[in-house]
Design a protein around this ligand. Structure first.
Ligand code: SF4
Length: 199
């Protein structure tokens, strides 16, 4: 390459290959120019909406970015790509194989997206509304605690413990949601409390 062709000139010439003859061709680099031009394609994620979230699998709680095309207000968007969030302090853009396969998990036809309920004695689960499910959980929570909270032990010492209901929380929660969950569960006196990272 002649001395007066800088690295910047070389790259600029390659990027402009699709527009016609360039300085590179004149210098005898036509093949390199064509190969470089062939690698330049439109960025597939251009004009996508980015949404940040947390990988749901384990307690490392890696940050992810989810990409979906623009859609009319209120319309459902189709998730096109998920990758590690380079700005997240935990994973700095990396994902393990499970996290890297999250798109398949999200699109799996077997993934549950609404609560299901099997009534006592029933053989089949049926889909129920979130409000109904949350009201039912709250009702059972309250009734069982009222019935089974142990306020003092055999020696008369105050213990306020509740061991007839267990709670399973998400290991991939943020610090804030984990703090709130812990406060609710421990505040109710529940001792049986864990997260899915140890299941
Ligand atoms: S990407 Fe892997 S390491 Fe990170 S939270 Fe998900 S499962 Fe855990």
């Amino acid at each position: 390459m002649p001395h007066d062709v800088s690295r910047r000139d070389f790259l600029r010439g390659g990027a402009a290959a699709g527009l016609g003859a360039t300085s590179l061709g004149a210098f005898g680099f036509a093949a390199i120019e064509a190969a470089h031009a062939a690698t330049i394609r439109p960025f597939k994620l251009a004009r996508m909406v980015e949404t940040r979230n947390t990988c749901p699998y384990c307690a490392v709680a890696c940050g992810i970015i989810m990409y979906a095309p623009q859609a009319a207000p209120g319309a459902k968007r189709t998730l096109m790509h998920i990758e590690g969030d380079p700005d997240h302090p935990t994973n700095r853009g990396t994902l393990c194989p499970k996290g890297a396969a999250l798109l398949d998990f999200v699109r799996a036809p077997t993934r549950l997206t609404v609560p299901r309920y099997r009534a006592p004695g029933a053989k089949e689960f049926k889909e129920v509304a979130w409000d109904w499910a949350l009201d039912r959980v709250a009702r059972l929570f309250k009734d069982d605690r009222d019935k089974n909270l142990v306020t003092t032990n055999a020696s008369g010492v105050t213990v306020n413990r509740w061991i007839t209901t267990g709670f399973l929380a998400a290991s991939a929660s943020t610090n804030e949601s984990a703090w709130a969950t812990y406060k609710v569960v421990r505040g109710a006196g529940a001792l049986v409390f864990d997260n899915q990272a140890r299941v």
